[in-house]
Design a protein around this ligand. Structure first.
Ligand SMILES: Nc1ncnc2c1ncn2[C@@H]1O[C@H](COP(=O)(O)OP(=O)(O)OP(=O)(O)O)[C@@H](O)[C@H]1O
Ligand SMILES: [Mg+2]
Length: 363
């Protein structure tokens, strides 16, 4: 039973804030993904957990025990990094055996464990080869083998798939997840790739600029983003946003005026009035929640096709509304040409409204 608890975890490098006040409970056997853009503090968080960095403040617990003062070698964590640097002069066997040799395991136990791990990772026939005689994916598995051979309490992985080509990455994603399930080892996995995060994670912790933005399942974060940053980061193509101001019309009506169209939000009038800090709002709608019509219709917004991007199973239609481009997911059967006039209809149930000043989600 090993869970990992981060309590007010903060790390400054001089004046540079890497992470601030991170509170997170990673459950036993959980696959937690730390996700966020470059420089947001993912590696720093992982290095603090590993004991490779000393936090400026805050606590780290493993299995209920405070580990702040415990050195890396006694935390029983295994790390896999982006550049998984195998020892080039050693065979695959010796690479995997290395952490056991360092800890002076008896020879026959080393033999047994390396064989076991090699079988698990399906690299048994590669044990006599040198790293340069392996493909990228095979090297990656050797690096994983070296990490798991000690049966650690926690896996810490920092973008371990980012050096692989796209196809192999997709394959290894599923392999790695299956392996984690089989071993049942609590895992903290860092990536900046939202697809990787969504496909692998039990839960995602999304960071931006050193601050934790939201923690939840892929579905939670996709359907109930806590703020503008989360809404814009998760989803491909991303959510469409347009600024507008809240306008109340006596007696029952309310609109968001974008300068290009007025969106009727009368049903949400009270919630907005209660929660918005000012009249400045941002409308958000995902590309799959807009439908298109060739004719004007009630509540439809007139636009012009800017460009159409075919993706095989669907097309992404880029529409111009003033100086904003809306991306809409459509059926390829809906043939549209650049410059054509078309009307957008928002699915009102899937509409988001954000407070522009605080970035918080109102609806
Ligand atoms: N040793 C260091 N000295 C000074 N600043 C550092 C150091 N390590 C990281 N930083 C800064 O701390 C912040 C967080 O860095 P970190 O490496 O944790 O980001 P990251 O999320 O892992 O980014 P990436 O996706 O690019 O790997 C950045 O602003 C970075 O420049
Ligand atoms: Mg990093």
């Amino acid at each position: 039973m090993v869970d990992v608890v981060l309590e007010h975890l903060t790390k400054y490098y001089g004046k540079v804030r890497a992470i601030e006040d991170i509170n997170l409970h990673i459950k036993d056997k959980e696959f937690l993904v730390l996700l966020g853009p470059s420089g947001c503090g993912k590696t720093t968080t992982l290095r603090c957990i590993a004991g490779l960095e000393t936090p400026t403040s805050g606590n780290i617990y493993m299995g209920g025990k405070l580990v702040n003062e415990i050195p890396t070698k006694d935390r029983n964590v295994a790390m896999v990094f982006q550049s998984w640097a195998l020892y080039p002069h050693m065979t695959v066997f010796d690479n995997i055996a290395f952490p056991l040799k360092m800890r002076k395991y008896p020879r026959d136990e080393i033999q047994r464990k390396v064989k076991e791990v090699a079988e698990l990772l399906q690299i048994s026939e590669l044990l006599d080869r040198k790293p340069r005689e392996l493909s990228g994916g095979q090297q990656q598995r050797v690096a994983l083998g070296r990490a798991i051979v000690r049966e650690p309490n926690v896996f810490l992985m920092d973008e371990p798939l980012s050096n692989l080509d796209a196809k192999l990455r997709v394959y290894m994603r599923a392999e790695l997840k299956a392996l984690q399930r089989r071993l049942g080892v609590t895992t903290i996995y860092v990536t900046h790739d939202q697809i990787e995060a969504m496909t692998m994670a039990d839960r995602i912790a999304l960071l931006n600029d050193g601050l934790l933005q939201q923690v939840g399942t892929a579905e939670d974060i996709y359907t109930r983003p806590a703020n503008l940053f989360v809404a814009g980061f998760i989803g491909s193509p991303p959510m469409n946003f347009i600024d507008g101001s809240f306008v109340e019309k006596y007696p029952e009506k309310a609109y968001i005026d974008t300068g290009f169209f007025m969106l009727d939000i009368s049903e949400s009038k009270d919630i907005i009035k209660k929660n918005a800090t000012s009249d400045e709002l941002v409308i958000g709608i995902r590309p799959e929640h807009i439908t298109l019509s060739r004719k004007p219709a009630e509540g439809a917004i007139k636009t012009k096709v800017y460009v159409v991007e075919p993706l095989g199973r669907k097309v992404i239609v880029n529409l111009q509304v003033g100086d904003t481009i809306f991306k809409v997911e459509e059926d390829p059967k809906f043939k549209l040409e650049s410059g054509e006039e078309v009307w957008m209809i928002f699915n009102k149930d899937k509409l988001y409204i954000f407070d522009k000043k605080t970035g918080k989600t109102i609806i």
